[in-house]
Design a binder for this molecule. Sequence first.
Ligand SMILES: C[S@@+](CC[C@H](N)C(=O)[O-])C[C@H]1O[C@@H](n2cnc3c(N)ncnc32)[C@H](O)[C@@H]1O
Length: 294
Amino acid sequence: MKQPPLPGFVPPDKKIVNVASVKHRSPFRYPGGKTWLVPRIRQWLQSLPPNKRRIFIEPFAGGAIVGLTVAFEQLAEQVILIELDKQVAAVWQTIINTEDGEWLAQRIQSFEMTPENVEMLLAQKNTTLHERAFQTIVRNRINRGGILAPGAGKMKHGEAGKGLASRWYPNTLSRRILDIVSIRERLRFIQGNALEIIPQYAQEADAVFFIDPPYTAAGKNPGHRLYTHSELDHEHLFSLMAEVKGHFLMTYHDEQQVRNLAAKFRFETRTIAMKNTHHAEQTELLIARNFDWL
Ligand SMILES: C[S@@+](CC[C@H](N)C(=O)[O-])C[C@H]1O[C@@H](n2cnc3c(N)ncnc32)[C@H](O)[C@@H]1O
């Protein structure tokens, strides 16, 4: 017999599970990436008057698919991306905060993806910011699952036996970078700790926050092996969100500890269905002050 849906459960809709329908704007393939949530983010932001979403802040930016989409679709006037990881940050700094985005796009185009070239490139230490950005892009493409954390393994066979090059799409990657360069006046990138930067925007009633932290609130969780920075004081994060004047939306693994935190701070929760990279259906938890828009 078919089970009745859980209270607060949002069933998958075609738009959500079909990630191919969301234009991929990021040069990263990012573990825990939120491409699948983009249709809901549009729905959420469009439900807010424009003067309540002038600044969009993504404090755990990673591959930043959400923030980039918001900037491209002008769902906010300004998008602020924050990320602690120095490798990931090098890419965003190069593209958004410096004039070297075009250099990076060109470097990608001219690189010949062979095991020898990769080894030579990744052996370089103390490189410049833009060279570090390039190393990150290459590592993200050749590591299994795009994982950049220490200990991540390289793909051995890749797709169709193409080995290291199986996810190396130089034209696509450089075009994505040049597209971001073309709208970079709408973007700002800050390398730093989200927990220190969120309070700086807490009093801004026109700032909205999309919070997608590493899922490490309940101990044994994937976040630990996916990211270099996975330790986070989740309760502190919740307490900061309770102080912000603007709207926010958080995503988490659906764990009892997380639900307890949400209840403690009187936030509402919804479970939302998604398909993971292996196309298995699973649910994630959305947390906000209210879900009038859903
Ligand atoms: C779940 S991932 C974000 C994925 C992103 N939403 C996407 O779609 O690509 C979490 C990110 O938070 C970053 N991170 C961890 N601790 C952080 C901190 N204290 N401040 C800022 N970023 C942090 C990790 O490096 C990781 O990139």
